[in-house]
Ligand binder design. Structure first.
Ligand code: ZN
Length: 220
């Protein structure tokens, strides 16, 4: 069962809650999928049941087409945020980690074409493998974080939070104006380009701030 943990594996004292996700916050990823660059953050939610520990074999849905990885910087919310200012919101970040926003890409394309919500493609059980959370004071300033994903030793995605179209504070503030964020909620801040398919047995390494590395494996 998923619980929030820190980089040493200790369980953090926050309940698990919703995961609010931002789509197309990196211009290069919006462009790679031929999506228009939005003028306001595109938001969607994964339920708590989407969370899975990154260090346990990842279970992908079967027979629903390709499952894509999207590596994303994840912020753990430490205090209730409702209509917060960017500064207030940034102060409430209790931890920073890396998540995979797993996406059934063909299904998402179908839903988009029909004008339907994306949940079937993005909010299924296990669709949010989540790594440990590192205290922000152990990291570079949050708007200058390098992160990357390699699959079977091949680099797939690299990003830096300075390339986002909105700052992390702006994103959190905008989100808290729509959905009250509770302690233990997570915000996924979007993916840079390089998304691609995962397959049974793939071995993944995710790095944060060139300091922390987390490994994961897709179940066979
Ligand atoms: Zn995403």
């Amino acid at each position: 069962m998923y619980q929030h943990i820190d980089q040493e594996g200790f369980v953090l004292p926050y309940a698990t809650g919703k995961v609010v996700c931002v789509g197309r916050s990196y211009r290069d990823h919006a462009e790679e999928l031929n999506n228009p660059v939005p003028d306001a953050p595109l938001l969607f939610i994964k339920p708590a049941t989407s969370l899975a520990p990154l260090d346990e074999p990842l279970l992908l849905p079967a027979d629903q087409g390709p499952v894509h990885h999207e590596v994303e910087v994840a912020l753990l919310v430490g205090r209730r945020l409702c209509k917060a200012s960017p500064a207030e919101a940034l102060n409430a970040v209790a931890g920073v980690g890396l998540a995979l926003d797993l996406t059934l890409r063909a299904l998402q394309d179908e839903l988009k074409a029909k004008g339907q919500p994306w949940e079937r493609a993005k909010a299924f059980d296990g669709s949010c493998p989540m790594g440990p959370f590192v205290s922000p004071d152990l990291l570079a300033p949050l708007q200058q974080l390098d992160f990357s994903l390699t699959v079977n030793g091949q680099p797939r995605q690299t990003g830096n939070t300075k390339l986002m179209m909105w700052s992390l504070g702006e994103l959190l503030a905008e989100i808290s104006g729509c959905f009250t964020l509770m302690p233990g909620d997570i915000v996924l801040t979007g993916t840079p380009k390089g998304v691609g398919e995962l397959n049974a047995g793939d071995e993944l390494t995710l790095t944060l701030d060139n300091k922390f590395a987390f490994t994961a494996k897709v179940a066979k």
